[in-house]
Design a protein around this ligand. Structure first.
Ligand code: AMP
Length: 207
């Protein structure tokens, strides 16, 4: 099964993607993670992506689509995958339709008022775990693997505002795009815990 995870920044896409990957053994492909790995590795793509990411803007479509198109030629995608953070606009969605067969678009719906706090309080670990400062009780290391937690460079109020605007104008229209294709399933994150959201996802994806 090939799935798209849709949702505003801070909706919990990354957290749910890890849970889905663990539970169903399905491959998780995050364009944000790919860009961050390129930035860390000092590649040309990384240098280009950083300037957009730091400003909270989308990396140009051609670059992003090429990366995903290439990634979907790898052998490990054969038994299904989950795209997290792609597509981010209608152009990308239409391009994706040319080189992939998507079965389901899982939309994580969150009250907009919660997003800013969620993102700015987010602390993440290199292992993929994600926390909120309010639940860390001062801890600075990952409860799962012990590594030091850090804050993403683009998780600051100014950049987040741009990212949320970008989501509203460019990404949210994809909800209707996939609804029209009969592929949309929505879960409500609200103030629910990650486990509660995941329960809703399991009801959709099946045991
Ligand atoms: P994310 O980790 O999904 O929140 O993405 C972090 C940043 O990476 C975004 O704010 C964009 O700058 C960039 N990015 C990730 N995915 C895409 C995409 N599909 N198209 C363009 N830019 C992207």
């Amino acid at each position: 099964m090939n799935i798209i995870l849709l949702g505003a920044p801070g909706a919990g896409k990354g957290t749910q993607a890890s849970k889905i990957a663990q539970h169903y053994g399905i491959l998780h492909i995050s364009t944000g993670d790919i860009f961050r790995a390129n930035i860390k590795g000092g590649t040309e793509i990384g240098k280009l992506a950083k300037s957009y990411m730091d400003a909270g803007k989308l990396v140009p479509d051609e670059v992003t689509c090429d990366i995903v198109k290439d990634r979907l030629t790898w052998a490990d995608v054969k038994s299904g995958y989950m795209l997290d953070g792609f597509p981010r606009n209608l152009y990308q969605a239409k391009e994706l339709d040319k080189f992939a067969k998507i079965d389901l678009c899982l939309n994580i719906d969150v009250d907009e008022a919660l997003l800013m706090d969620r993102i700015c309080g987010r602390r993440i670990c290199a292992c993929g775990e994600s926390y909120h400062v309010s639940t860390l009780n001062g801890a600075t290391t990952c409860a799962k693997c012990g590594k030091e937690l850090y804050q993403r460079a683009d998780d600051n109020p100014e950049t987040v505002k741009t990212r949320l605007d970008t989501y509203k104008t460019q990404t949210a229209p994809l909800i209707d795009y996939y609804k029209a294709q009969g592929k949309l399933a929505s879960v409500t994150s609200g103030e629910g815990s990650p486990d509660e959201v995941f329960e809703q996802i399991v009801k959709i994806l099946g045991k």
